[in-house]
Structure formats: structure tokens, C-alpha cells
Design a protein around this ligand. Structure first.
Ligand code: GDD
Ligand code: MG
Length: 359
């Protein structure tokens, strides 16, 4: 079976991280998020993957190549101008040879794709949509269905207070090839605003598949940090040891200032008088200076935190340098290769970047 992964979005809500790294390549526990998604597809024996990309595709192509290193076949469709979530699917029609999965590329979930496939076959509709229940459905696609699971209404991002249900589109679909007939070619088409409503209006059966899985849209920095916390505390199953984990854990074990859970890649250096944790992820080659403190934060590769600096609930992209005694306050997101001056005090929620937007 094939899967189309939609990875063409610009990741605007994750800026400045996505100035230097396209959203699918943003690391989760030090591994590009898209690689996590491909692992999940592999586990469900889905090995024929089509990546519908557009924004900064080269970083994706460089990492996955033709997929053979991952035991998969990876085909790329690069959109010069964004075709939208359905246009991207129509665009790869020549590669599609049967029923296929579609995955929004920014969803972090424990959904069992095999179980969804069985449900789809049992129902026999033109498509099956994975749904989850959320407290605030307004920023999502709301999906109404009858007792038999048949979708009766799809309302994308209704205004607050006007949501018809708390069940939302969780961004994984299993679709029959016939659905391609409902998508016009050659222009931007939204599957949420155009295609699903049209399919429903024409009386075709779309089925809802509601589960209580772990589920998160990684679109915003708070959710990105939440995803890491959830993995570290075992709420999202990702085969991470409890406590101290990662290739760099031996260098940290027995360190009096390390407060688990902490996940560290190889080649990390933490001064004997520094404190790290809880809920910290250190990428390869990070160094934490004397007396520095890092809490509830995700540091990508080669991040250096100077002596006496404090970093709290922050995301620091690769190559960031935090000067001695600087304070990186809660909610800060610092882009690639930024240097924060010694003694600087950042406002909570600061966004710093040194890279212009690239395409
Ligand atoms: N190839 C391609 N081309 N991909 C695209 C395009 C495009 O023009 N536009 C968006 N994408 C990709 C994004 O990269 C992302 O992986 C996915 O499609 C969804 O786009 P988002 O921009 O993240 O949408 P959203 O999060 O606001 O809403 C969508 O996801 C929600 C669940 O998280 C919708 O599908 C909602 O209905 C849904 O509830
Ligand atoms: Mg999203």
C-alpha cells in the first residue's frame, strides 16, 4: 500500500525554527520528525511513500534520498507553488495505483494504521478519516458523523462557539483512488474546504474512525515542547527509556546536576556544576557551562550554553550560542546560529533569528 505525506507547508507558526529547517525535518528527540512518521509507516508495512513537498524540499531529499536506506521507496513531488492539501494529492495521481493513505506531515500520533486499514475495508467507503476528540475543536476540521460512522458534515476551522462537534480531523486519511475524480487538476485545492464537502454532497460514503490515541499537531512551539515532555514521561510510546536516555546518557549518568528525564545525543558535555533537567533534550555536540541551568527545553545540535546562563522552556536551534549569565526566559524560540550576548535577558516568548527566510 502507498502513503502520500503532505509536507509542503511553510511551517510559519514554527518560525524562526523553520527558516533554516523545513517543518518535517524539525527533530523530535533528535531525529527528523518525518523520519518518525516513516518509521510508523514502515511498521504498518507501508513501504511505498510519496512525499508532496514544496518549501525547502532539498533538505528532505538529501536526508531520505530514494528511501532505500530506510527499506522504503520514496518518490518526491515538488510543488513550485503550493497546490493545497487536495491539489498536492491530485498532483501525484500518476504515481497512485490503488487505495492510499494520506498523512498530514505534522501529526505526532500513536495511531495504528493497520487497525485503520481493517476498519476502512470493513466499512467499504470511498474514504476513512481518522478523528480524535479535543477540548477546543475550533482550530481544526470538525467532522460530524452518524451512528454508523458515516460522515455527514466537514467544517474546517469553525469560529469559536460554533463548532458542531468535538471530534476533529486528525490528519490521516485512507482513500480509494476514485476520490481523485473529485479533485480538479492544475490549481490549489483544499481537501478540507472543498473536496470532503463535495464528496459528502454527492452522497459518497466517507467514514469516521475515532480513536483515543496520543495525538498532537506539531505546528506551534508550545506543542513542540509538549511532544517532547510527553515522550519523556512515557505518554507517547516512542521506545525511549525512562529517566536518562540517548547515546549520550553514559556521559551524564551519576552527574549530580542532571534531573531526569533527560535525553542526550552523543558528544554532549555538561559541566560538573551545571544543572540539566527535568524534561530536557540535548542534541549532538551540545555543551552546558559551569553553573548554567537548562530546564524544560529542547536544544538541537551544537548548542552552547555559557557559564551561569539560564534556559527555561525554550527551543534552541542548531548552532545557537547563549552567552555567559544570559537569561533565556520561558517560551523563547531561537533560530539557527544565533548568538545571545553575555548577560542578555530575553523577554518571555522571545523569537530570535539570524537567517532570512529561504525556499
Ligand atoms: N504538498 C503540500 N502542498 N502540502 C501542504 C500544502 C500544500 O499546498 N499546504 C499544507 N500542506 C501540508 C502541511 O505541510 C501539513 O503537513 C499539512 O498539509 C496540513 O497543513 P497545516 O497547515 O498544518 O494545516 P492545519 O494544521 O492548520 O489543519 C489541518 O490539520 C488539522 C489537524 O492537525 C487540517 O487538515 C485540519 O482539518 C486538521 O484538523
Ligand atoms: Mg498542522
Amino acid at each position: 500500500m502507498q502513503a502520500i505525506v503532505l509536507v509542503g507547508g511553510e511551517g510559519t507558526r514554527l518560525r524562526p525554527l523553520t527558516y533554516g529547517t523545513p517543518k518535517p525535518m524539525v527533530p523530535i528527540m533528535n531525529v527528523p520528525f518525518l523520519a518518525r512518521t516513516l518509521e510508523r509507516l514502515y511498521a504498518a508495512e507501508i513501504r511505498d511513500i510519496i512525499l508532496a513537498a514544496g518549501y525547502m524540499p532539498q533538505a528532505i531529499v538529501d536526508y531520505f534520498g530514494d528511501g532505500s536506506e530506510f527499506g522504503m521507496k520514496v518518490t518526491y513531488a515538488i510543488e513550485e507553488t503550493p497546490l493545497g492539501t487536495a491539489g498536492a494529492i491530485k498532483n501525484v495521481e500518476p504515481h497512485v495505483d490503488g487505495p492510499f493513505f494520506v498523512l498530514n506531515g505534522d501529526i505526532f500520533t500513536s495511531l495504528d494504521l493497520r487497525a485503520m486499514r481493517e476498519y476502512h475495508h470493513a466499512k467499504g467507503g470511498i474514504g476513512t478519516l481518522h478523528l480524535i476528540r479535543v477540548e477546543d475543536p475550533s482550530p481544526f476540521g470538525c467532522v460530524v458523523h452518524d451512528d454508523d460512522g458515516r460522515v455527514t458534515e466537514f467544517v474546517e476551522k469553525p469560529p469559536k462557539g460554533r463548532e458542531p462537534t468535538d471530534e476533529i480531523n486528525a490528519g490521516t486519511y485512507l482513500l480509494e483512488r476514485e476520490i481523485l475524480e473529485f479533485i480538479p487538476a492544475g490549481r490549489n485545492v483544499s481537501i478540507e474546504r472543498e473536496t470532503f464537502p463535495r464528496v459528502i454532497a454527492q452522497g459518497k460514503n466517507l467514514y469516521a474512525y475515532t480513536t483515543a490515541d496520543y495525538w498532537l499537531d506539531l505546528g506551534r512551539p508550545e506543542q513542540y515542547l509538549a511532544a517532547h515532555r510527553d515522550v519523556l514521561r512515557g505518554a507517547m510510546p516512542l521506545a525511549v527509556e525512562p529517566g536518562l536516555s540517548g547515546d549520550g546518557k553514559d556521559a551524564l549518568s551519576g552527574h549530580p546536576g542532571v534531573v531526569p528525564p533527560v535525553h542526550a545525543a552523543a558528544d554532549v558535555v555538561v559541566d560538573a556544576s551545571a544543572t540539566v533537567g527535568p524534561n530536557v533534550v540535548l542534541g549532538r555536540g551540545c555543551s552546558i557551562g559551569a553553573g548554567a541551568a537548562v530546564r524544560e527545553s529542547v536544544l538541537w545540535e551544537r548548542v552552547s550554553v555559557g557559564a551561569g546562563a539560564i534556559v527555561e522552556e525554550a527551543i534552541l536551534a542548531s548552532g545557537v550560542t547563549i552567552g555567559p549569565k544570559a537569561l533565556v526566559a520561558k517560551g523563547s524560540v531561537i533560530g539557527h546560529d544565533v548568538s545571545v550576548d553575555p548577560g542578555a535577558v530575553l523577554e518571555p516568548g522571545a523569537r530570535l533569528s539570524s537567517l532570512p527566510k529561504s525556499t
